[in-house]
Design a protein around this ligand. Structure first.
Ligand code: AMP
Ligand code: ZN
Length: 119
């Protein structure tokens, strides 16, 4: 997983509306949409519009957007009626973390219960 230029980055292209995607949430900094290969009845992704490779690439300057992404995830969870039963938020980071798209994204999963620890 090497460095990717924003024009080649899948999630940058989604953020720039270069790829047709049903957007569930959007503001000036973030976007939320359904995962194309859902792992649960509800599986959404929340991304920053700015290209940030992963949580590992986040420093002091990114503290604001990191909080914002979690805030958006919680809003979407509420909108998807996940508040009563709960849900899971996941950040896959790097190779061992299972990250396949090198643009920071928060997974919001719900609609069933999840095991712990993850596989
Ligand atoms: P990760 O494995 O944590 O990097 O997550 C990347 C996620 O992006 C996977 O769950 C994929 O199913 C999802 N994904 C890949 N391409 C698309 C797409 N075009 N639209 C929505 N989700 C996608
Ligand atoms: Zn990107």
């Amino acid at each position: 997983m090497g460095p990717v230029s924003p024009s080649e980055c899948l999630f940058c292209r989604i953020a720039g509306r270069g790829i047709e995607t049903a957007v569930l949430y959007e503001d000036e900094r973030a976007m939320g949409f359904r995962d194309i290969n859902p792992k649960a009845p509800v599986h959404l992704l929340v991304i920053p519009k700015e290209h940030i490779e992963s949580l590992l690439a986040c420093g002091e300057e990114q503290k604001g957007i990191l909080g914002h992404l979690l805030w958006v995830a919680n809003r979407l969870a509420d909108a998807e009626n996940l508040a009563r039963d709960g849900y899971r938020v996941v950040l896959n980071v790097g190779t061992y973390g299972g990250q396949t798209v090198p643009h920071l994204h928060v997974h919001l999963l719900g609609g069933r219960s999840f095991g712990w620890p993850p596989g």
